[in-house]
Design a protein around this ligand. Structure first.
Ligand SMILES: Nc1nc2c(ncn2[C@@H]2O[C@H](COP(=O)(O)OP(=O)(O)OP(=O)(O)O)[C@@H](O)[C@H]2O)c(=O)[nH]1
Length: 469
């Protein structure tokens, strides 16, 4: 290791330790009983450190844990010697570190596994943060009792607030801390690009939604304060709706930041309004809101994946025409509608003449170019309501709804002429057409067969011909 990279490692380690201590102090502001705060930001920071830096975060977090134990000893005026505090801090550090290290490693592995979807990752993150926070709670309380920093009889009452506070710290803050830390770790263990790059809407609309949320929180919590009713406090759960709205309509980044803003505001309001009696409701609300919002990150991605898959299945890449699958589904519908309404419907089948020669003489790329140009020509001539699909190879299908015979003849002839004008590397194209009019009692198969036999007839006549059935 060069002296420069050694200096970077030391600098990063010191930064982690100092940041951890500062984050801990931020958590202390929210402390409502000894060893339990509304949420515990240090848990979120530790989890993020292990996600981004892995084992490299071990010593800095352990050192910070020892420092904070000595600091706490003075804060709670515990009658222990310095070496007892150091031992207590060491045990506390291990109890805090190992479950979060294991949890973060598991999440890191899941995130890096090819094919992991955001919903799976979010569910895993919520489950792992819940379980690892519980293990940390039990181990830390055990170490506090063992080292004389906490009376054993306080354990039962402390487990739940400790656990929920740690979990809230992770589910709300780890995503943000991870994004911040990953910027400074070139070889970060987790790549957040796919979660942070997408942009939706303008910044102004994002800010409006966040401000609406802030107003809602202030109103709900103020109402809880003035009515002093144990039930009105549950109105805070309405935030799950507005956060789900933000999750579904904004980028993942905006989602995570708005979640942090709402959570900090709730925690600060609990303190400002002295809502300590209902603090556990707010703790649970924080976790439920965060779980909802995090899961919501998956929704815009799922929608985008869905659109992409639909495009793949229903749109032919080369010609941009619909695929055979789409045409078959759509044709059934159009036929049923035309039978019901009595409106006209024509099915047109067309096929390029001697297309094989283009491929053989000019190459496959030239053949592709020809098919692409056929697609462009068809789109420039057809109406928006016409359905144009590539049936396979050089064969295409058209469905022309609500057109009389004259208009459809004109349209098909225009298309035949349009294809005639296409040239590929000096060679011109032509095509043959078979047109079938929907008759009473027709289904997709019978209509298609008539169009197909009409096309066959056109081919027999030497191509560049239209035959009607
Ligand atoms: N370049 C290219 N060629 C394709 C594609 N799909 C099918 N083909 C070719 O299209 C040609 C179709 O040949 P045939 O079915 O014999 O039709 P044809 O040569 O047009 O003959 P007629 O229809 O009887 O006039 C074959 O050479 C296929 O390899 C494609 O996506 N790109």
């Amino acid at each position: 290791m060069t002296s420069k990279s050694c200096a970077i490692v030391i600098l990063r380690s010191v930064t982690i330790s100092i940041s951890w201590l500062l984050v801990w102090q931020a958590g202390r502001i929210m402390e409502y009983t000894e060893h339990a705060s509304v949420w515990f930001p240090a848990a979120g920071f530790t989890f993020a450190c292990f996600l981004v830096a892995g084992y490299r975060a071990f010593l800095p977090v352990l050192a910070a844990a020892i420092v904070i134990t000595i600091w706490n000893g003075h804060h709670y005026q515990l009658p222990l010697t310095l070496s007892e505090f150091v031992w207590g801090g060491f045990l506390f550090g291990l109890a805090h570190i190992f479950p979060y290290w294991a949890g973060a490693s598991l999440i890191g592995n899941i995130a890096r596994k090819p094919g992991t979807h955001t919903p799976q990752l979010m569910v895993a993150f919520l489950l792992v943060s819940c379980v690892s926070a519980l293990i940390v709670t039990l181990l830390v309380l055990l170490s506090l009792v063992h080292t004389g920093q906490m009376p054993a009889e306080d354990v039962a009452d402390t487990i739940l607030p400790f656990w929920i506070g740690d979990m809230a710290g992770i589910v709300i803050l780890t995503p943000l801390f991870t994004a911040l830390l990953a910027r400074y770790y070139r070889n970060s263990l987790i790549d957040l690009q796919s979660f942070t790059s997408s942009q939706y809407g303008s910044l102004a609309t994002t800010i409006k939604k966040v401000v609406m949320n802030v107003i809602l929180i202030i109103v709900i919590m103020y109402l809880g304060y003035i009515t002093d009713s144990e039930y009105s406090v549950f109105a805070i759960f309405f935030l799950t709706v507005t956060h789900m709205w933000i999750a579904c309509t904004e980028s993942a980044k905006a989602n995570i930041i708005s979640l942090v803003i709402s959570s900090v505001l709730i925690v600060v309001m609990v303190h400002l309004l002295g809502l300590m009696e209902d603090v556990k409701v707010y703790q649970f609300a924080l976790n439920v809101i965060a779980a909802n919002a995090l899961f919501g990150i998956a929704i815009p991605q799922l929608q985008a994946d869905n659109r992409h898959l639909k495009r793949l299945v229903f749109i032919d890449k080369l010609t941009k025409a619909y695929t055979r699958d789409y045409m078959e589904q759509r044709a059934e519908l159009e036929i049923a509608q035309s039978h019901e309404s009595g409106s006209k419907l024509f099915m047109v089948l067309f096929d390029l003449d001697k297309f094989k020669l283009i491929n053989d003489e000019l190459g496959h790329m030239a053949g592709d170019e020809a098919l692409k140009k056929v697609g462009q020509t068809a789109f420039s001539i057809l109406r928006k309501t016409d359905i144009f699909a590539r049936f396979g190879g050089d064969e295409f299908v058209l469905l022309l709804p609500a057109l009389d015979i004259d208009k459809s003849t004109q349209l098909v002839d225009e298309l035949r002429e349009g294809i005639r004008t296409i040239t590929v590397r000096g060679q011109s194209l032509s095509s043959s057409f078979g047109v079938a009019k929907l008759q009473p009692g027709d289904n997709l198969e019978s209509l298609f067969n008539r169009a197909d036999s009409a096309l066959y007839e056109s081919k027999k006549l030497g191509g560049n011909t239209i035959t009607y059935r």
